[in-house]
Design a protein around this ligand. Structure first.
Ligand SMILES: CC(C)(COP(=O)(O)OP(=O)(O)OC[C@H]1O[C@@H](n2cnc3c(N)ncnc32)[C@H](O)[C@@H]1OP(=O)(O)O)[C@@H](O)C(=O)NCCC(=O)NCCS
Length: 206
């Protein structure tokens, strides 16, 4: 994925982003741990904040246009926002009066969802937010009757590959030279998928 997994395909059929992104079960109470969090659909007005996080999180960040194209295509795109803790407002990236913990952009297909971008603001990494956003995306994807969740990740992106492996994604292929890597170099993408039906069956059997 980002960074970009894939350029948003502006020709793809538009889908409606959910009015309310599902909160995973453990977040159904308003307070999770130390701060209140919630999802908001990403909009054009959020893109300054999103880009401020994006450029600190990636060597090859998505441009503003990548986000705009995704929003215009109607792809589900959400912000994970947190209540600001005392003294945090001055140093955190803020949107809508809340701290931007992370965001994701996905592209729905016929019976699958393709995760295009998932990012956690550097100051908030290793606190479980990426897993939390994946939980929400899985819930939403199941609600769309999707059977598969797909993504690409840079071969060198060990944190993300750890995340996806640990979450249950399997490597299904490699796209040679998929990503720009600076100095006219290219980097391979590892293609991964999660079978949402099998994952649900495993969960229900527990
Ligand atoms: C990859 C990324 C989304 C992970 O977000 P995060 O909120 O820090 O991840 P979580 O806290 O939910 O971690 C879940 C698991 O992912 C793995 N993981 C996350 N960061 C890791 C790191 N730096 N090194 C190794 N494993 C890591 C671990 O297995 C972790 O579980 P653990 O903390 O119980 O060991 C975040 O590092 C990020 O935004 N990176 C820059 C953008 C990016 O690369 N996005 C993915 C593009 S494909």
């Amino acid at each position: 994925m980002n960074a970009m997994v894939q350029e948003p395909a502006s020709s793809a059929s538009a889908s409606t982003a959910p009015a309310a992104w599902p909160l995973p079960a453990r977040a159904l109470t308003p307070a999770t741990g130390e701060r209140r969090i919630h999802f908001e659909p990403m909009s054009e007005a959020d893109l300054d904040a999103v880009r401020a996080v994006e450029v600190t999180a990636y060597a090859h960040p998505w441009s503003r246009k990548h986000f705009q194209d995704s929003l215009q295509a109607g792809y589900p795109a959400v912000l994970l926002l947190g209540e600001a803790l005392p003294g945090e407002q001055d140093k955190a990236v803020m949107a809508r009066g809340h701290v931007v913990l992370g965001y994701l952009v996905a592209m729905p297909g016929v019976d699958e969802v393709h995760l295009l971008n998932i990012t956690v603001a550097p100051a908030h990494q290793r606190q479980g937010w990426a897993r939390f956003m994946l939980d929400a995306l899985v819930l939403w994807s199941r609600g769309q009757q999707a059977q598969w969740l797909w993504l690409e990740v840079r071969e060198s992106n060990e944190p993300a590959r750890h995340l996806y492996r640990g979450y249950g994604f399997s490597q299904v292929g490699v796209r040679k030279g998929y990503y720009p890597a600076g100095h006219l170099q290219r980097e391979d993408a590892v293609v991964m998928s999660l079978n949402l039906v099998a994952a649900a069956a495993t969960r229900d059997a527990r």
